[in-house]
Design a protein around this ligand. Structure first.
Ligand SMILES: *[C@@H]1O[C@H](CO)[C@@H](O)[C@H](O)[C@H]1NC(C)=O
Length: 356
């Protein structure tokens, strides 16, 4: 009798548990799996095809993210989007092997359109983790990637011209003069900032311009996780960064643990959103480490997002989490997030929606 009661209790517990998990259905222990931020369906299909034909997790991630670069997903991945203040497009990308914890990344890379492939070259052919700027481009070209290439498109040039006409608003400057026109900018006397209504008006303006940078059609990043047929995990990220960024800016994209992170022993995470804020928290490192300590993907994702939101209530961002058994979930703040999944029990890519 006691045993029967125990079994019933366990069954009830299990039922309520599965209900609380939401999207985390099915998939337990089933590889391969591909997960990606946003409905970047073609990118997920490309990674899936690679996995099906026997590619490693790392190579499948590169195939998937490359597809997004070629398609210029949302205009915020690959060439031809997100002009900086000089009208130039630069790329940030990262790839990580969760079997070996090797990472390769490039940041603020010019003249080469293959961001994630350049990142893989850094990982496979150097003892370094991150190469930046024109030297990253020179490295990528010397290792056989096509270039130098003009990364601007007529759209990005047009966007930039309009922004110039609009007195370079919005922008990422703060505590500077002039406030409402193009640079050159100079530091504003810090003592002046503390007093008067003028400064709070400026602060509000800064907050408003911040959220106007990242919107529904500016998803800004593909982060992808792949678990291959052997259960090995890899992640990758590719982006052309924030529109109208100050030249030289590097976001969370090429930072391991921020935009993505993987460990075969635990699982993986991918992030998207306001990289300038998110890279201060290494949310994907946190998600993976939380899962290592036994947290469910959903809780781990929510906890990482909540921790940022407590300090930056206006930030916009999201993460997906997947554990090594293929259980996945997402969490977001400031916008509705979607992520895409392809696994053996689905006919095609399925898009999951997560509300803040
Ligand atoms: C790069 O391409 C853009 C858009 O097609 C064009 O306006 C620009 O002049 C090009 N730059 C160079 C250096 O060729």
């Amino acid at each position: 009798m006691a045993i029967r009661n125990l079994l019933i209790t366990l069954l009830l517990l299990f039922t309520s548990f599965s209900m609380a998990l939401g999207h985390e259905v099915g998939n337990l222990g089933h590889y391969p799996v591909v997960v990606s931020t946003w409905p970047f369906v073609e990118a997920v299909r490309a990674a899936w095809r690679a996995i099906e034909s026997g590619f490693s997790a790392v190579d499948a991630v590169v195939e998937g993210c490359s597809a997004c670069e070629e398609l210029r997903c949302d205009g915020t991945v690959g060439p031809g989007g997100s002009p900086d203040e000089n009208g130039e497009t630069t790329l940030d990308a990262l790839v990580m092997n969760g079997a070996t914890m090797e990472v390769g990344a490039v940041a603020a890379m010019k003249y080469v359109k293959d961001g994630i492939k350049a990142a893989r070259l850094v990982m496979q052919h150097t003892g370094h983790t991150l190469l930046v700027g024109e030297q990253a481009s020179a490295f990528a070209i010397s290792m056989g990637l096509p270039g130098p290439t003009n990364l601007s498109s007529s759209e990005s040039v047009q966007k930039w011209s309009k922004w110039k006409e609009n007195r370079c608003q919005p922008n990422f400057w703060k505590n500077i003069v002039p406030v409402d026109s193009c640079g050159p900018y100079h530091p504003k006397d810090i003592a002046e900032l503390g007093k008067g209504t003028c400064s709070s008006a400026n602060l509000m303006a800064a907050v408003e311009s911040r959220s106007s940078h990242i919107g529904l059609h500016n998803h800004d990043t593909i982060s992808m996780a792949v678990i291959d047929k052997e259960g090995h995990i890899a992640v990758g990220t590719s982006t052309n960064g924030a529109t109208y960024k100050i030249p030289g800016r590097v976001g969370d994209g090429p930072i391991a643990g921020s935009s993505s992170y993987a460990d075969d022993e635990v699982g993986a995470c991918g992030a998207t959103g306001d990289g300038d804020i998110m890279m201060r928290f290494l949310p994907c490192y946190q998600v993976v480490e939380s899962m290592r300590l036994g947290m469910e993907p959903k809780l781990a994702a929510q906890d990482a997002i909540k921790r940022i939101a407590r300090k930056f209530p206006d930030f916009v961002g999201a993460v997906f989490a997947i554990n090594k058994n293929g259980l996945h979930a997402g969490a977001c703040h400031g916008w509705t997030f979607q992520y895409s999944v392809r696994s053996p029990e689905r006919e095609d890519v399925e898009v999951f929606t997560v509300f803040p």
